[in-house]
Design a protein around this ligand. Sequence first.
Ligand SMILES: Cc1cc2nc3c(=O)[nH]c(=O)nc-3n(C[C@H](O)[C@H](O)[C@H](O)COP(=O)(O)O)c2cc1C
Length: 207
Amino acid sequence: MAVLMVNGSPHPRGCTYTALNEVASQLKKHGIESEIIHIGTGPVAGCISCGKCGETGYCIFKDDDVNATIDKLKTAEGLVVGSPVYYAAPNGALCAFLDRLFFMKSDAYAFKPAACVVNCRRGGASAAFDRLNKYFTISRMPVVSSQYWNSTHGFTPDDVRKDLEGLQTMRTLGDNMAWLIQCIAAGKAAGIEPPMPEPWIPTHFIR
Ligand SMILES: Cc1cc2nc3c(=O)[nH]c(=O)nc-3n(C[C@H](O)[C@H](O)[C@H](O)COP(=O)(O)O)c2cc1C
């Protein structure tokens, strides 16, 4: 069993990583491995709505790790996305990355437990948290909760290590995600299949 984690911060070992790592350590206590990938500091193109991913399953842009992440997410049993808070939102490069990761609407993402964690110095955490959860809830991914909205506070990893409630929230998230992944595996073993989606009825609000 393995969970994919996406660190959207420009800092590979910063506050966001520290929060993700706390979730990963807790998952490990339940026998679940994690891989934390970093989106890097290079330019990440935004989605240009060309629709090619709907035909090929991959993004036409190949200069970043979006396509590699599509493959990793297809085989992962869960997803945790981490973001620093920039102007009360997830950072722009991560949003560009996730827009392209999710727009291909892979059925393979459906029913994988997902969660996000955000780190802020002072404010805007819950707005960023809400924005990130939108990717999961439009993709039929069950959102894993914790004991609070998943955020840590700090400007440096040392600050985050002092945010004891934030770290506890990360550990509770790890416990809850492990439990859900194990429940889904037990359900599959007992022959419980995920629901079949209805054919999409796109109305675009035109009557
Ligand atoms: C462009 C920018 C905007 C920011 N906006 C906010 C904000 O709205 N609220 C806040 O508390 N911190 C804000 N910060 C601070 C970051 O949230 C903080 O540096 C980051 O979470 C640290 O995590 P990291 O080490 O993983 O990058 C901002 C930082 C930058 C660079």
